[in-house]
Design a protein around this ligand. Sequence first.
Ligand code: SF4
Length: 271
Amino acid sequence: MPETIPISSDTPPKKQPDTRARPYEGIGYVHSVETGGAVDGPGLRFVLFMQGCLMRCLYCHNRDTWDRHSEKELHFTVPQLMQQVLSYKHYFRATGGGVTATGGEPLLQYQFIRDWFVACREHDIHTCLDTNGYALHYDSAMEELLDNTNLVMLDLKQIDPEIHKVLVGIPNTKVLHFARYLAERGQPTRIRYVVVPGYTDDDRSAHLLGEFIADMPNADTVELLPYHELGAHKWELCGDEYKLKGVSPPPKETMLRIKEIIESYGKQTIV
Ligand code: SF4
């Protein structure tokens, strides 16, 4: 049995997220770019890791993307980005790939991602939005972004609101609202669920997830991701304590048990 981590709600995150909106001036603030990514959507992908995230997941492996501004951030306009993207078009075609916006959290810069995805779709390039679902704006730019998104990969971290707060640092109300919004739109969506020992690896959590997504006909696939601590060193580099130190990845039996539970709600589940 995996070690159970005591859940305490009296441990606030060390740094409070910066919730100030950044005025949109046609520039994307990017943490890093990966070409040939194979895990962030179908085929080979051009992956843009956006700077900034308002969540504070205990297991975050991209701790260095949290801040809205970073000395090391890259600045791109859409034409600059497209110059790079178009040079990979033959790889996309050969592998069924495309581009992915991830982070950090791409929805914090949703107008830029909208412009980028519109440009990609003009070139018939598949677009994927990898998001934690913490949407703050429901306006025409958001509509246009989703209209130009082929696939949303939505992280549902925990349906139980109290455990979510402990694991992620903020409530899940906005995330669940966004998930329902995607369902109403009929937006093609893949759910991602990280199996974290002591936080999300129990039957109840899996059933809560299954029940919630049973009402999402737009989401036919769930991807289960085992917790790992590969990004732990980044916390230390940022001067933070990594609280899940020593937690082992979930055993295969746990992954298969959760898969079975999710599948009982009629969703194809990938481990
Ligand atoms: S949503 Fe992603 S980037 Fe943000 S804290 Fe969680 S794991 Fe890290």
